[in-house]
Design a protein around this ligand. Structure first.
Ligand SMILES: Cc1cc2nc3c(=O)[nH]c(=O)nc-3n(C[C@H](O)[C@H](O)[C@H](O)COP(=O)(O)OP(=O)(O)OC[C@H]3O[C@@H](n4cnc5c(N)ncnc54)[C@H](O)[C@@H]3O)c2cc1C
Length: 549
């Protein structure tokens, strides 16, 4: 048995990214004496999708300009109707206060010549993207977390949620450096582990060369499913057109500032918009690649764009373009589709939550990309980080001290360390490559019944090989092995949900060649995935929650 560390917390936050940091800061603001613990798989100063900073808060309803109601109207169009009103409204309603708070914390939101915040148009309606100049956002948040007295357990990856009498009472983790098993009891648990970035294999073939943070491997989806929580939107396999070979974002930066997307013949596509779905159609129908063009822009405008691209989100872009000899003044930027992935921030996949960030399991909250609030981006991670902390703090006095079921802890411990007992020979990275190649083959669009059934069958076969045949020699590889298990679970759940949604929706994201049309009569509803009593996957449906809060 591995060495064990025991911790007790009022609130345990799993994942120290955008939502996790914000949840911890808010909990300490409300109750400075609360014991708040974060399990972070990486190192909190740089972990997660944020890692440096961001150039825009994608959803801000600036009073007097755009309303939360208009935002929900817009996002419902993008979600093609599969969106609950409550959480999206709550996010938009709190977005402006959130922005002002970030500003008070020293983040810069540029203003135009009239002294108004720079609002950019990337949605169908309104101008909800507010420009932000905040390259130090993640380190600022991490410093605040540490200064508030939060216990940050870095390099510790959650491996199981602990439940007692139907309530979530803590979690287990694996220390990736020492191999120690960490058990933390908590009155409330907030899940903020991001999406599943390592899902399909990127064109480059690099396992970690993904658009989103490669440490996000759907752990939250898999752990919540195991614990019995409801998930939804797993059939929405997201893909975006981004810089070929670099997978770095640029559309929301360049297009609202006058750049245009063009096809191979140089013809503009979706002028005046950020036409993700239209661009993906070019690839779907064999007309790709597509490009971003800035050659018509003034030198001043190009410099403004460069100063954002090369400093804030992924500063490596400067070196990338220089080494390839690409100059925006005369060259186009070639875009290619990213790998397919699962995400509540850019797509629709996540735990079912309400506007209080409560999941379907008592004691468990979820915020950010792990939760289903369609296309909530950074705003959603921050707002629901705060909302979940408020709910968790409010629950503390009403919740008895948690007690845990030792037999459950032992079972999770045995599963976490399983490969160390065996004689596996297959190299772990080779195994992950094969798994993700099969995801590309069978679990992503264009989907059809045969391919999706193959995906489920392959995941079953691979699961047994993953348990018995993969070689793991140290605690780092053990963490990697656990991640691969989570990717595998996500792939199976995604294929199962995709089989159920016998229609096409969200452009290429859920395109079924055997059901090419959208079918609102039968499928204007959430598909809810949950572990059944007998251990099999249960898929039910839930009506869309419309209307005012
Ligand atoms: C390249 C890029 C650019 C973006 N640009 C913008 C933008 O300009 N504006 C905007 O509004 N949005 C933007 N977004 C979206 C936004 O960044 C995300 O929606 C948001 O940061 C998600 O926050 P999160 O806390 O859910 O996930 P993350 O910030 O990714 O945090 C998840 C954390 O969980 C940890 N973790 C994972 N599994 C475990 C485990 N088992 N145990 C412990 N810890 C674990 C990870 O290490 C990570 O630190 C961008 C996203 C990307 C990828």
């Amino acid at each position: 048995m591995a060495a064990r560390t025991g911790l007790e917390a009022d609130i345990l936050i799993i994942g120290g990214g955008s939502a996790g940091c914000m949840a911890a800061i808010r909990a300490k603001e409300l109750r400075p004496d609360a014991k708040v613990v974060i399990f972070e798989k990486g190192q909190i100063q740089r972990s997660g999708s944020l890692c440096c900073g961001m150039d825009g808060l994608n959803i801000v309803a600036v009073p007097g300009k755009d309303s939360p109601e208009l935002y929900v109207e817009d996002s419902t169009i993008y979600a093609e109707g599969i969106e609950d009103y409550g959480p999206s409204y709550r996010m938009a309603e709190r977005s402006y206060e959130l922005m002002l708070k970030l500003e008070r914390w020293g983040m810069h939101f540029p203003k135009d010549k009239d002294g108004e915040y720079t609002r950019l148009k990337v949605h169908h309606r309104g101008k909800f993207l507010v420009a932000m100049d905040a390259p130090q956002l993640k380190t600022m948040l991490a410093d605040k977390v540490l200064k508030a007295g939060v216990t940050v357990v870095n390099r510790t990856s959650a491996t199981g949620l602990l439940t007692k009498d139907g309530r979530v009472v803590g979690a287990t983790g694996l220390n990736l450096r020492t191999g120690e098993f960490v058990v933390c009891k908590a009155k409330a648990v907030i899940l903020t582990t991001g999406g599943c970035a390592r899902f399909g294999l990127p064109n480059s073939g690099y396992l970690f060369g993904t658009y989103d943070f490669p440490g996000n491997t759907g752990d939250g989806y898999a752990l919540a499913y195991q614990a019995g929580a409801q998930l939804t939107g797993l059939e929405c396999t997201v893909v975006y057109p981004l810089i070929k070979d670099l997978e770095a974002p640029l559309m929301y930066i360049i297009l609202p500032r006058g750049g245009v997307a063009v096809n191979v013949e140089g013809k503009p596509l979706g002028e005046g918009q950020v036409p993700h779905k239209l661009l993906m159609k070019e690839y779907q129908e064999g007309r790709g690649p597509v490009f971003v063009k800035m050659t018509h822009l003034s030198e001043d405008k190009i410099r403004e764009i460069e100063s954002i691209l090369f400093t804030t989100e992924r500063p490596v872009q400067k070196r990338f373009f220089e080494q390839r000899g690409i100059d925006f003044r005369k060259d186009l930027i070639e875009l290619w589709p990213t790998e397919y992935y699962l995400c509540g921030g850019h797509g629709h996949t996540g735990l079912v939550i309400n506007e209080k960030a409560e999941s379907s399991l008592p004691g468990l909250y979820a915020a950010g990309d792990v939760a289903n609030v369609p296309r909530q981006h950074l705003t959603g991670a921050f707002v629901f980080g705060e909302v979940s902390a408020e709910g968790a703090i409010d629950s503390l006095d009403k919740t008895p001290q948690p007690s845990i079921d030792e037999s459950q802890v032992k079972e999770i411990e045995a599963n976490t360390y399983l490969p160390l007992q065996g004689q596996g020979k297959v190299d772990l990275s080779t195994f992950e490559y094969k798994l993700r190649r099969l995801i590309n083959d069978y679990a992503v669009p264009p989907k059809n019944s045969y391919k999706l059934s193959q995906a489920v069958e392959w995941m079953d076969k691979l699961e047994s090989a993953w348990k018995t045949e993969v070689k793991v020699s140290d605690s780092h590889e053990l963490g990697h092995w656990n991640e691969v298990g989570h990717i595998l679970s996500c792939a199976r759940l995604s294929a199962q949900a995709s089989l159920e949604r016998k229609e096409s929706r969200w452009g290429l994201w859920h395109y079924r060649s055997d059901y090419p049309e959208r079918n609102d009569a039968e499928f204007l509803k959430h598909l809810v995935v949950q572990k059944g009593e007998d251990g099999s996957t249960k898929i039910t449906s839930k009506p869309i929650q419309g209307g005012v809060l």
